[in-house]
Design a binder for this molecule. Structure first.
Ligand code: G4P
Ligand code: NA
Ligand code: NA
Length: 191
């Protein structure tokens, strides 16, 4: 998606450890007009697919998912992160290992909000190693619901997540895929 790639070039900041900071428009200050364009683009890429719910994960996925939901006209459910040992109640849970943060956390969704008849589009801001996305996929499968696909704003194509998800047969639509990134050479997008 041209406008997103241009914005990454203009306002993205490359940090140590292969981290791209996009606080100016995606992760801290939010450019809602850009989010609307992204929402429209997700809608176009999943045109004709039955979708009854969008699933994301707190925190940064929520805003993108909510604006996208305006185009799909479906509710948004976000998985909550918790480090609580004893998770009580009627929830689906999954463990996510964060490479970036070096810790494991549980994600949970109430059984009330993921039903077997749901057709779920998963949306998130970043795809790196894919652990969050795989965790979300597991929640949907545990509910007996259908994963229709995954929509990602920025995929770091040099990490393994994209490959893992595509190989699992899930329709993955990333609006910008970064194949290489360094302070010296800048950012190279996938064609
Ligand atoms: P993975 O889920 O793909 O395996 O990624 P990983 O554990 O490595 O990423 C942990 C967090 O960092 C995720 O957000 C992910 O979206 C984000 N992330 C990964 N790479 C980058 C990057 O280069 N730049 C930015 N800005 N974020 C990145 P989170 O911390 O779990 O959640 P939240 O920030 O949404 O609360
Ligand atoms: Na995220
Ligand atoms: Na994030």
């Amino acid at each position: 998606m041209k406008v997103l790639k241009e914005r990454i070039i203009k306002d993205g900041k490359i940090r140590e450890g292969n981290v791209l900071k996009v606080d100016a428009f995606l992760n801290h200050q939010l450019d809602i007009e850009l989010f609307e364009q992204m929402g429209e683009e997700f809608k176009r890429r999943f045109e004709g697919k039955k979708i009854t719910k969008i699933l994301t994960i707190e925190a940064s996925g929520i805003a993108i998912a909510c604006i996208a939901a305006r185009y799909f006209k479906v509710p948004v459910v976000f998985a909550k992160k918790t480090q609580t040992k004893n998770i009580a109640g009627d929830v689906y849970t999954s463990k996510v290992e964060s490479f970036t943060h070096g810790k494991v956390y549980d994600i949970i969704v109430s059984k009330e909000f993921l039903r077997p008849e749901d057709h779920v589009l998963i949306i998130d801001d970043f795809l790196a190693n894919g652990k969050a996305l795989l965790g979300l996929t597991k929640l949907v499968q545990d509910a007996g619901a259908t994963v229709v696909g995954a929509g990602i704003a920025i995929e770091k194509g040099f990490q393994d997540g994209g490959k893992l998800i595509r190989e699992s047969g899930i329709q993955l639509e990333s609006l910008a895929i970064i194949d290489a990134m360094s302070v010296e050479e800048g950012i190279t997008f996938r064609k």
